[in-house]
Design a protein around this ligand. Structure first.
Ligand code: ATP
Length: 338
């Protein structure tokens, strides 16, 4: 399949008098295929915004290459920019303008035909409120107006930094439906997000970034399968048989983690081996299922940002280049926040 977005070995080091020299991107790779909704995930300060801003020509990288729709950027940005819609920072709208006025103004400035305004209002579900002032809109409606502004040019690639940030569950659901509709219409959508359950629901594929490097990528199901450890959850007809079963499985070479009412069994060649081994000792299995993981646990595992009780997080994953300390190891010590 053709890649709509390709990044290889992207490097970016920021130099500032106050914070010194910090490496935000350290040979980062990313690939997004056409027609996908792609989740771009990483803890605070891991380099997501830097990546997206670099891609859009707003930041100059120190190394690596990038291509959008098969064209090398930033060199070809003037050619491809018309096919990319992006919201990388929360856009500010005039509160006294309506959505209709706002989009008309933007369409005029961008050389987009005015009839497109009605189309995008319909697409994002703002048609009925199009003539009301933006200041009367909910946060979700403002987000949808932002998406509408990015859709004016009929982009092939839509890049959204944290589109669901601050939305309530209803707003998140509306945004989810909108993303699926856009992908169904053939658009490729890249979403950076902290709402992992949401990403798991709407994204076809993901890239996880940590410390400025890619730590996982691929279809969501594949990333989950790769990190499930191939474990099996084993229940027996009689809970009292669990210790004997654990002992048998251990002796057959499996790794076993006993739980209250079941066993987690790893490193077995196939599930049938468990059933057979236990049945031979008159121990009968009532449930045998693969251990499933969710995107949140994979994320916490890969980015080492799981919460530590009693500690507040100050996560900033960029590494100090010339010093001996790294803010990542100093400060990754708590739950991930938005
Ligand atoms: N203009 C800048 N000057 C100096 N350092 C910067 C600048 N912009 C970003 N950084 C640093 O680069 C690192 C990566 O930041 P970036 O904003 O790309 O992360 P992020 O993954 O988008 O984080 P978040 O989820 O918190 O938005 C951070 O350490 C950040 O402080």
């Amino acid at each position: 399949m053709a890649a709509v977005l390709e990044i290889e070995g992207l490097a970016k080091t920021y130099r500032s008098r106050r914070r010194g020299t910090r490496r935000a991107l350290d040979g980062f790779d990313m690939r997004v295929e056409a027609g996908q909704v792609h989740g771009f995930l990483g803890p605070n300060g891991s380099g997501k915004t830097t990546t997206l801003r670099t891609l859009l020509g707003l930041i100059r990288p120190n190394g690596g290459r990038m291509a959008i729709l098969g064209q090398e950027v930033p060199a070809a940005l003037p050619t491809v920019v018309g096919q990319v819609g992006a919201i990388v920072e929360s856009p500010q709208f005039f509160p006294h303008f309506s959505a209709q006025d706002t989009l008309s103004l933007l369409a005029g400035a961008g050389g987009v035909p005015q009839q497109r305004v009605a189309e995008v209002l319909e697409l994002v579900g703002l048609r009925e409120r199009a003539k009301d002032r933006v200041k009367t809109y909910s946060l979700g409606m403002k987000q949808r107006l932002a998406v509408a502004s990015a859709l004016l040019k009929e982009p092939k690639l839509l890049i959204l930094d944290e589109p669901a940030n601050g939305l309530d569950p209803g707003g998140i659901r509306e945004m989810r439906t909108l993303m699926s509709d856009l992908a169904a219409s053939g658009m490729t959508v890249v979403i950076s997000s902290h709402i992992l359950a949401e990403v798991q629901l709407i994204c076809d594929s993901v890239t996880i970034i940590s410390l400025g490097r890619r730590v996982a990528f691929g279809p969501v199901a594949q990333v989950l399968a790769q990190h499930s450890g191939g474990g099996l959850r084993v229940r027996l007809e009689a809970v009292t048989d669990l210790p004997a079963a654990a002992d048998l499985l251990l002796r057959s070479g499996a790794r076993v983690t006993p739980q209250d009412d079941h066993l987690l069994v790893y490193e077995v060649d196939k599930p049938a081996t468990v059933t057979r081994t236990l049945a031979a000792a008159n121990l009968f299995v009532s449930e045998l299922a693969p251990v499933t993981v969710d995107l949140e646990s994979v994320f916490l595992q890969l980015t080492a940002t799981a919460p530590v009780p009693g500690q507040h997080r100050q996560v900033d994953q960029s590494a100090v280049v010339d010093g001996t300390s790294s803010s990542s190891s100093d400060s990754i010590s708590g739950g991930w926040g938005v």
